[in-house]
Design a protein around this ligand. Structure first.
Ligand SMILES: [Zn+2]
Ligand SMILES: [Zn+2]
Length: 328
């Protein structure tokens, strides 16, 4: 752990590193900026409708449809779609290519990620790669420098592609955009959610009649969707504002233990910004990362390999040499 810089005590909102560092000297092409995106003609009615609908269902029906089986189904699907789908599938696998795997495993995780309701893989990965390319600078799709609420959720009200989605995807996700299967997931997004809702309703109806059917639908689908959304959004908002830093990165990313709990290890966000491809987000022994445990399990079963569990090539070599000398 020699490369870990001692955590700074600047948990308060003092001057951020990006502010202290000043503006980048060379103006780079960062794609649509926040100011450019904030136009009525660029509003994403699809995202606004989808996200508002999910929240409205929760506010209107969650209290009246609570059951213990509903809560358990919600928690299990929260972990499946949040940790396995978003954190492992969308983020560490598709965005950062932190491991290798079989095509069917890759598409399985991508499909589970899609069921978290955060958009198709193409849009999600494009936005997140752009976030890394311009973290807390001009062009970042969701920096708290443009407002805490903006970084949490309002940024989704406007298209990040600013009107030319194809060009946006070809720039940020050329690898995924080439895949017919990934493009198909755009079309399958809504039908897949309707299918999951129907399955939950049917299973509930079968096992407990209409009350359980409504409970599984509202809790297993909508409460779960809303909670996973906010967990992911907290990574973009809270983990760029509150917490400690292990590494002096050029952005304002923080390690936030509370976000690490609700977002399955993604709250160790300063570690992640320092070494984005590393599939293991907890870098100190106590920085528990449950998504990493799932990746370890996948590696142990042989379903994933070449997992990036090192910060640098030198660290990888050092570890391999130590393992070789321990064997001999
Ligand atoms: Zn970030
Ligand atoms: Zn990332």
């Amino acid at each position: 752990m020699s490369t870990v810089v001692a955590p700074t005590k600047d948990t308060a909102r003092g001057p951020r590193p990006s502010e202290a560092a000043g503006k980048p000297k060379k103006k780079k092409d960062v794609g649509p900026t926040t100011e450019e995106r904030k136009r009525t003609s660029n509003l994403s009615y699809w995202a606004l409708g989808w996200l508002s609908f999910a929240h409205l269902v929760v506010f209107a029906f969650a209290a009246f449809t609570f059951t213990w089986p509903g809560l358990i189904v919600m928690l299990v699907l929260h972990w499946v779609t949040g940790s396995l789908g978003i954190c492992l599938g969308y983020h560490r696998m598709l965005t950062h290519t932190g491991m290798k795997t079989y095509g069917w495993v890759r598409y399985t995780f991508a499909t589970i990620g899609m069921l978290a309701g955060e958009g198709s893989p193409l849009d999600w990965v494009a936005d997140h790669r752009k976030h890394h390319a311009c973290s807390d600078q001009e062009g970042d799709p969701h920096t708290p420098n443009d407002g805490g609420l903006w970084s949490h959720m309002s940024w989704l009200a406007y298209h990040t592609h600013n009107g030319d989605r194809k060009a946006y995807l070809q720039r940020w996700v050329p690898d995924l955009y080439k895949e017919r299967g990934m493009r198909w997931m755009d079309i399958l997004f809504l039908p897949a959610h309707i299918a999951v809702g129907a399955i939950l309703f049917a299973v509930g109806y079968w096992t407990g009649g209409t009350p359980l059917a409504c409970s599984l639908l509202v809790w297993g689908m909508f409460v779960r969707l809303v909670l996973v959304l906010h967990a992911t959004w907290l990574v973009n908002s809270a983990s760029h504002m509150f917490g400690y830093r292990n590494y002096e990165t050029t952005d304002d990313s923080r390690n936030n233990p509370l976000v690490a709990i609700v977002a399955y290890g993604e709250g160790w966000h300063n570690n992640h910004h320092a070494y984005p491809r590393m599939a293991k987000h907890g870098h100190r022994w106590w920085e528990f990362d449950i998504t990493w445990q799932a990746i370890r399990l996948m590696r142990a079963t042989g379903l994933m390999w070449d997992v990036v569990d090192y910060r640098t090539a030198a660290e990888k070599k050092e570890r391999e040499a130590a393992a070789a000398s321990a064997k001999s």
